[in-house]
Design a protein around this ligand. Sequence first.
Ligand code: FES
Ligand code: FES
Length: 156
Amino acid sequence: MKIRFTVNERQHECEVDAQTRLLDLLREDLALTGTKEGCGEGECGACTVLIDGRAVNSCLVLAPQVDGKSVLTIEGLAQGEALHPIQQAFVEQGGVQCGFCTPGFIMSTYALLQENPSPSDDEILTALEGNLCRCTGYTKIVEAVRTAARLLQETR
Ligand code: FES
Ligand code: FES
């Protein structure tokens, strides 16, 4: 079947099978490999993208479900060479080690800060509970989210 949708503000028209996962459509058909596959079962959050502003696990979404919708991936955040403030905050605060989980954390953070520009630590932890990191111990990630919130407020 044919679907039309927007990814990072660009229109796409793709021929997909009913069972194609959004994760595979992004990575294989559109070469947007910033979105990672960890568990493939909705447990790790490495594949998080936004659909119409809501953070979802793209391994659990079928391509036909995004017909007519707008998808934002990690590739849609930086402006040319300039990192998005959330990316900048993760780098500055040491919230990135191996980096495998990072796109997912950043997309979940993006969704959180759109909805709640000044989250408490508890709200940050709740928003990120679907994202797993094997490396950082989370403290630096929470610090990165706090820093990102501050940076975004300064640019508003
Ligand atoms: S790969 Fe989608 S949640 Fe782990
Ligand atoms: S930085 Fe390695 S899994 Fe999170």
